[in-house]
Design a binder for this molecule. Structure first.
Ligand SMILES: Nc1ncnc2c1ncn2[C@@H]1O[C@H](COP(=O)(O)OP(=O)(O)O)[C@@H](O)[C@H]1O
Ligand SMILES: [Mg+2]
Length: 304
C-alpha cells in the first residue's frame, strides 16, 4: 500500500545531466523511506507514460526549460497529478529573468540595473557601460552567463548556445560576494557564500568549473545575514513559489551594507544532489536529505 511516486528527471534542457543526478538521489531517498518509485527520463511521450503509470504523486527533479518553466507543471495540473515544487505561474515567472525582476522590484527588493535586448542588437554596442553581464532571458543555470569586461561584444557571438535573435538581459556587473538562500516551509533556511577555491575573487575564475567552495553559514554581519533571509522569503512569496526554492544574490561591500545587496534570481527547481546547496542548507538546519525529499512529496499538489 505504499505511495507510488514518479520521479521526473533528465529531459532535454541544457541541465539534463544535473537533473539525472538530482532525480536519482531523490528516487533513492524515497525508496529508502518505503515509497514505490518509478523513474522517468522525460521526453515527448511523458503524457502517455504518466497516464499509463497513474502515480499517486510526481516528484519533479527536472531543471531548466520545460521542467522548471511551468510547462510540465501545466501538464501535471491537466492530468490532476499532485507534484512537488512550484506551480505554473511561479515557475514561468521565475524562469523569465526580466519578468521576475519586475516582481522583485514591486516587492521592494533591489535588483541589478539591466536592459533587455536581442543578442544580435549587441553587435552595434552594449546598452550599458562595461563591465556588464549578459545572460539569456529565460534559461537555467548551466547555460551560463557571459561577463564582458571591456566594450567588446565578440565573446557573446563566439557562444554556440545562443542565437542572434535570442532575448538576453544585459546587467551591470556587481563585483563582490556571491550568496544564496533556500526557502522551505515558509522559512528561509540559511545563507551560504559561494567562494572561489583559491586566491583572489577574480571574476573570470568563478566560471572555471570546480573552483568554488561553500561556506555555511556565510560570514556576514547579523544584519546583512537577516536581510538575505528576509529577501529570499519575500521573493519566494512574491512569485508564489511552493515546496522549496533558492534565491541567488550578489553583495558588493563597496556599496555599503545598506545598499550593496542585489537579488539575481529565484530557482524554483534548485539542484537536489546530496551535495547541492539546498540539501546542504537543510542539513545545516538538522533536516536530512531523506526528510527534505519526503517533505516535498507530502506537500505535493496541483493548482486548482
Ligand atoms: N549582474 C551580475 N553581476 C555579477 N555577477 C553576476 C551578475 N549576474 C549574474 N552573475 C553571476 O552569474 C551567475 C549566474 O547568474 P544568475 O542570474 O544566477 O542566473 P543562472 O544561475 O540562471 O544562470 C551568478 O551566480 C553570478 O555569479
Ligand atoms: Mg543562479
Amino acid at each position: 500500500m505504499s505511495l507510488h511516486v514518479a520521479v521526473l528527471m533528465g529531459g532535454s534542457s541544457a541541465e539534463r545531466e544535473v537533473s539525472l543526478v538530482s532525480g536519482e538521489a531523490c528516487a533513492a531517498a524515497l525508496e529508502s523511506r518505503g515509497y514505490r518509485v518509478s523513474r522517468i527520463d522525460v521526453g515527448p511521450d511523458l503524457p502517455f507514460r504518466l497516464a499509463a503509470l497513474r502515480p499517486d504523486r510526481v516528484f519533479n527533479a527536472l531543471h531548466g526549460r520545460m521542467g522548471e518553466d511551468g510547462r510540465v507543471q501545466g501538464l501535471l495540473d491537466l492530468l490532476r497529478l499532485p507534484y512537488t515544487h512550484s506551480g505554473v505561474l511561479a515557475s514561468a515567472l521565475a524562469m523569465d529573468k526580466p519578468m521576475a525582476k519586475r516582481v522583485f522590484a514591486q516587492e521592494g527588493l533591489r535588483c541589478v540595473e539591466g536592459v533587455e535586448a536581442t543578442l544580435g542588437s549587441l553587435a552595434d554596442g552594449l546598452p550599458l557601460p562595461s563591465p556588464v553581464v549578459v545572460k539569456p532571458a529565460a534559461e537555467g543555470s548551466s547555460v551560463g552567463v557571459t561577463i564582458i569586461l571591456d566594450d567588446d561584444p565578440r565573446p557573446l557571438f563566439a557562444r554556440n548556445d545562443l542565437d542572434r535573435g535570442d532575448r538576453v538581459l544585459v546587467e551591470r556587473y556587481i563585483p563582490g560576494r556571491e550568496l544564496t538562500s533556500a526557502v522551505m516551509d515558509d522559512r528561509a533556511l540559511a545563507v551560504t557564500e559561494i567562494l572561489p577555491r583559491e586566491g583572489f575573487y577574480d571574476y573570470r575564475a568563478k566560471y572555471t568549473e570546480g573552483l568554488a567552495t561553500h561556506e555555511i553559514p556565510a560570514r556576514l554581519s547579523e544584519g546583512l545575514y537577516a536581510q538575505v533571509l528576509d529577501w529570499a522569503l519575500r521573493a519566494h512569496r512574491a512569485l508564489g513559489c511552493r515546496g522549496v526554492s533558492r534565491a541567488d544574490f550578489r553583495f558588493n561591500p563597496d556599496e555599503g551594507e545598506a545598499d550593496g545587496l542585489y537579488i539575481l534570481e529565484v530557482n524554483t527547481q534548485p539542484g537536489m544532489t546530496p551535495l547541492s546547496l539546498v540539501p546542504e542548507q537543510a542539513a545545516y538546519c538538522g533536516i536530512s536529505f531523506e526528510d527534505l525529499v519526503e517533505q516535498l512529496v507530502r506537500e505535493a499538489r496541483c493548482d486548482s
